[in-house]
Design a protein around this ligand. Structure first.
Ligand code: SF4
Ligand code: SF4
Length: 257
């Protein structure tokens, strides 16, 4: 392998991403191939990989670190140790003039996971209305009904989730949890997102034991210590408080975090 690595490196190709390193970032398709992105996943990945190049070509992490970026909230992206995911912060705005011609209203009504959409007549035309108190800004109604515009340069933000992984010989699969919200969607280099990812990544690198994945590390130290060590504020935006969440999700800091 040594001559191959030498040849690739001398021609400017980064070689790494295996073993205890930051692997190549998994990312979703974005504007090139999909119709609902709220950001450009590939651009954020390029900016982040430039910043994390040193951690890609060396194997100095406690364990492998998978990163991912997803450009909508109902994303096709996977679980990752650290994930960057779009976060809509306002309910969709409906263009009532277009709904009758572009949307199958029963499909859109059925699509909403919290039953916040109802058929309505607006200005004499069949349209839809949203119960904004119920809406959790997931964006699931936008793909079947483009007049329900939710993407917005100011109000579509980015959030950081941590601790997702598949099962392995040492542990069960784990789901990610959101630890930072409302970061600006700031192309072309996304400096705020990069700074947040690096803060979490390097805290993990310095504090985790050998062979602990991010989820194992947090499991050992506990969520309060995670927020303290990473110097992250725990805000109300990290608690799932939409109607119906109390039975299944993070109803309070005491129960889950
Ligand atoms: S994450 Fe969402 S917007 Fe991005 S490619 Fe996947 S489905 Fe499309
Ligand atoms: S954004 Fe999600 S929760 Fe809100 S109306 Fe659309 S589908 Fe329902």
């Amino acid at each position: 392998m040594a001559p191959l690595i030498e040849a690739l490196t001398s021609n400017g190709f980064p070689v790494g991403g295996t073993g205890n390193s930051v692997s190549a970032i998994a990312h979703t398709q974005g504007w090139l191939h999909c119709d609902i992105p709220g950001t450009d996943a590939s651009g954020a990945v390029k900016a982040l990989m430039d910043d994390l190049h040193a951690e890609f070509i060396t194997e100095e992490m406690p364990n492998r670190v998978h990163l991912s970026t997803s450009c909508c909230e109902i994303n096709c992206g996977g679980q990752a140790d650290i994930a960057i995911i779009i976060q809509h912060t306002k309910p969709p705005k409906i263009n009532h003039d277009l709904v009758a011609n572009m949307c199958e209203r029963p499909t859109v009504v059925a699509r909403c996971p919290v039953a916040a959409i109802r058929p309505a007549m607006v200005n004499g035309k069949p349209s839809l209305e949203i119960d904004e108190a119920k809406c959790m800004c997931c964006g699931a109604c936008y793909p079947p009904c483009p007049p329900m515009q939710i993407n917005d340069p100011e109000h579509s933000k980015l959030a950081i989730w941590v601790g997702g992984k598949n099962s392995n010989a040492r542990g069960k699969p784990t789901f990610m949890k959101m630890v930072a919200s409302g970061l600006p969607n700031n192309p072309p280099r996304w400096p705020e997102v990069s700074a947040m990812v690096k803060k979490i990544l390097y805290t993990y690198k310095n504090d985790a034991r050998s062979w602990e994945r991010v989820a194992d590390w947090i499991d050992r130290i506990g969520w309060p210590a995670f927020f303290e060590k990473c110097d992250l504020p725990f805000t109300k935006y990290l608690i799932d408080d939409w109607r119906g969440s109390r039975a299944s999700l993070n109803a309070s800091t005491h129960i889950r975090f």
